[in-house]
Design a protein around this ligand. Structure first.
Ligand SMILES: Nc1nc2c(ncn2[C@@H]2O[C@H](COP(=O)(O)OP(=O)(O)OP(=O)(O)O)[C@@H](O)[C@H]2O)c(=O)[nH]1
Ligand SMILES: [Mg+2]
Length: 363
């Protein structure tokens, strides 16, 4: 399916662009207001984004005619696109997100993906791939949705739990400031110590903000774990050697701004001295797709082996995270969904994560 996004100051202008490019048969799959906040609107002006396709299926058209999808699947030729007629007055206020209601499985699922903030390129390739697997067509929207989910599941790797038993395991958490590294590390430490009875030690390289060291020390004391504070590669080597008899050594690091190249280099040198078996890039899903891609790119020098997604409880939808997660090529390790230690952490499960990345609510 060919889908393109058009951006203009008003919905009317965006629809005119759709029509100019795709002709009168175009179907609008999704629209949303961008710069919705007052500040963004003040700085950049109001803007509307419309995703449309020139591919019209008879079913979508039928749905549009039946009034099921008065805005989406709109056959623009019928309305002549004379602004006011093309859009009933109540549609001048666009809710965000919106999804079409059509009877065409491909259009419906695509529209739902866009409404869930899945990036248009990804939505398009998922729908295309799913359609190519169904030579006889989909048996309804839910069937098509499950095939799309299957496509995502296949390209979504998960790590499984940190496995102990083959000698001491060294696991480092890295990531931007405030994403939840220390809290997550405490959750992992508490679970491995209290639930599995593993011998766990902590190392922190959080040297230039004593408050952060104290945060980890408090957890170390509550859970009753040895903790080392290091500031140089040499100290890191010594600390890891000192904790050699343990089952699991968890390394907390100071948040680095993804833009701070020097500090990432410093972090790389420190971590190299510990030779971690696993390096989890901790990323919050409360930000934007661009922020996630940025973090992935900037932290590449520390060679993360997995992605650990935090603050799922604060994100209304994970659709925006689908493209960066899948494009990263990294398996996902854990998901966190709250501030409580040790409860709010779960092992990533490919099936439910795939569903959530496509914007579905999973209990
Ligand atoms: N809602 C929610 N909050 C979380 C989650 N994980 C961590 N937090 C909160 O996010 C804030 C920052 O957490 P930290 O663990 O200190 O983050 P950090 O990455 O160690 O931060 P720096 O060391 O400053 O880089 C704290 O208020 C945590 O309670 C989560 O899964 N959900
Ligand atoms: Mg921290």
């Amino acid at each position: 399916m060919n889908i393109k996004t058009f951006r203009a100051r008003t919905l009317r202008d965006a629809l005119a662009m759709v029509r100019a490019e795709f002709g009168p048969q175009a179907a609008v799959l999704h629209s949303r207001e961008v710069n919705a906040g007052p500040i963004a609107r003040f700085l950049r002006g109001r803007a509307v984004e419309v995703a449309a396709t020139p591919d019209r299926s008879p079913l979508a058209e039928q749905a549009a005619r039946s009034g099921l999808a008065p805005n989406f699947g709109l056959r623009m030729a019928d309305r002549g696109l004379k602004a006011k007629e093309a859009l009933p007055p109540q549609q001048s206020t666009i809710r965000n997100p919106q999804s079409a209601i059509t009877h065409d499985p491909q259009l419906q699922v695509c529209s739902d993906l866009l409404a869930a903030d899945v990036q248009p390129e990804l939505a398009r390739s998922l729908v295309r791939e799913a359609a190519s697997r169904l030579s006889g067509g989909a048996n309804g929207v839910e069937h098509f949705r499950s095939v799309v989910q299957g496509v995502v599941r296949e390209s979504l790797a998960v790590t499984g739990p940190i496995r102990l038993g083959g000698g001491r395991r060294v696991v480092a958490l890295v990531g931007a400031t405030g994403v939840g590294k220390t809290t997550t590390l405490a959750k992992l430490a508490a679970n491995y110590r209290l639930r599995d009875g593993a011998r766990v030690g902590l190392v922190t390289v959080d040297t230039y903000r004593t408050a952060a060291v104290e945060q980890l020390r408090t957890y170390a004391e509550i859970i009753d774990l040895p903790m080392e504070v290091v500031s140089t590669p040499e100290e890191m080597r010594r600390a890891v050697t000192k904790l050699a008899a343990l089952d699991l050594v968890l390394i907390d690091t100071a948040g680095r701004s993804p833009r701070d190249g020097d500090r990432i280099e410093e972090l790389r040198t420190l971590l190299d001295a510990a030779s971690p078996d696993e390096t989890h890039l901790v990323t919050t899903v409360t930000g934007t797709a661009r922020g996630m891609r940025d973090a992935l790119e900037r932290f590449a020098p520390v060679r993360p082996t997995s992605l650990l997604l935090t603050k799922l409880d604060e994100a209304p939808s994970l659709g925006h995270a689908a493209a960066p997660v899948l494009d990263s090529g990294l398996p996902v390790s854990y998901l966190t969904d709250g501030q409580s230690v040790p409860e709010d952490i779960r092992l990533a499960d490919a099936k439910s994560l795939a569903a959530r990345l496509l914007g579905e609510e999973v209990a």
